[in-house]
Design a protein around this ligand. Structure first.
Ligand code: CUA
Length: 322
């Protein structure tokens, strides 16, 4: 791996080494097997070639030891790949609790990103070194895919869904960010940079921009502006369910089913309120489809998540910006 001819992308996040180790293991195993098959094939072709037109080979009745070896050895290798891969998969999909949340919205043909403190960026993301960054990824049109090779993360941005990815950058620098899902004519140009900074430099950068509004504060404002507050009152006298403390909990629906009030459920309840009506309430809420942008939906979800029940309900795991 010389700098002039790199075989793998730069490693700039904690997961990169693990992903590469597994990749190289799989490459080595499959490479050795491919070489073994080719060498055996060439050897047998020469060794057992037909020497005369009437030659008849000796009958072979099977070889138990050989059959056991070629079954058990690949089985052990495959199970090792599976277990190792599953371990990395779970690691990549479970952000640590102390992660800062950045929201990512894909749009033809740009990436819109928002810091936990509210600063917005387009096709650029500034992050501090050493800190876990949780990405909540969605799209407002086609399916895109958020791909940072140096961090070994790639996650689809799907309309109407919140997908989560995370990384912990290890080296200051600028790292290429791509869209990795064909999304239209300008797909190839839908990219940008992740800029990893020393923590102090990042704080300075954050403080340098125009004053920003956190998603929770923006959501609270919208909650009033859109008159959500008229029905979703803090007491139980409203026409809609009380929202404090609901996030992360089980909700009983009019249909008799229960769902967990996660980001996707809250989002669906805003754009398609009739889909899952809470038990004991009438389906009177109007849809807000088309009236609120994806960023505004993220703010509303963040605000609803921030509402804690009066008696101090436990904070839920796996959540949007605080
Ligand atoms: Cu967005 Cu390809």
């Amino acid at each position: 791996m010389t700098p002039s001819f790199p075989l793998v992308p730069e490693r700039a996040a904690t997961a990169a080494g693990e992903v590469d180790a597994l990749f190289l293991f799989i490459l080595a195993v499959t490479g050795l097997f491919a070489a073994g098959v080719w060498i055996a094939m060439l050897f047998f072709a020469v060794r057992y070639r037909r020497r005369s037109p009437d030659e008849r080979p000796r009958e072979i009745e099977g070889a138990l030891a050989l059959e056991l070896v070629w079954t058990i050895v690949p089985l052990v290798l495959m199970v090792a790949m599976f277990v190792w891969g599953a371990k990395i998969y779970f690691h990549l999909n479970r952000p640590p609790d102390d992660a800062m949340t950045v929201t990512v919205v894909g749009k033809r043909w740009m990436w819109k990103l928002q810091q936990p403190t509210g600063q917005r960026e387009i096709n650029e993301l500034h992050v501090p070194k050493g800190r876990a960054v949780r990405l909540v990824i969605t799209s407002e049109d086609a399916i895109h895919s958020f791909f940072v090779p140096a961090f070994r993360i790639k996650k689809d941005a799907v309309p109407g869904r919140y997908n989560v990815a995370w990384f912990r950058a290890t080296k200051p620098g600028r790292y290429h960010l791509f869209c990795a899902e064909y999304c239209g004519t300008e797909h190839a140009r839908m990219g940008g940079w992740v800029i990893v900074m020393e923590p102090e430099a990042y704080e300075t950068w954050l403080a340098g921009g125009p004053p920003a509004e956190s998603p929770v504060a923006a959501g609270e404002k919208l909650f009033t502006e859109l008159n959500c507050i008229t029905c979703h009152r803090p007491d139980s006298a409203g026409r809609g369910p009380v929202l404090a403390g609901v996030f992360g909990r089980q909700v009983r629906l009019a249909s008799g089913e229960t769902v967990v009030a996660d980001e996707a459920y809250v989002r669906e309840s805003i754009v398609n309120p009739a889909a899952k009506v809470v038990a004991g309430y009438q389906p009177v809420m109007p849809t807000f489809q088309g009236q609120v942008s994806e960023e505004q939906l993220i703010s509303l979800v963040a605000y609803i998540q921030s509402l804690q029940a009066a008696e101090g309900a436990p904070a839920s795991a796996g959540s949007l910006p605080r």
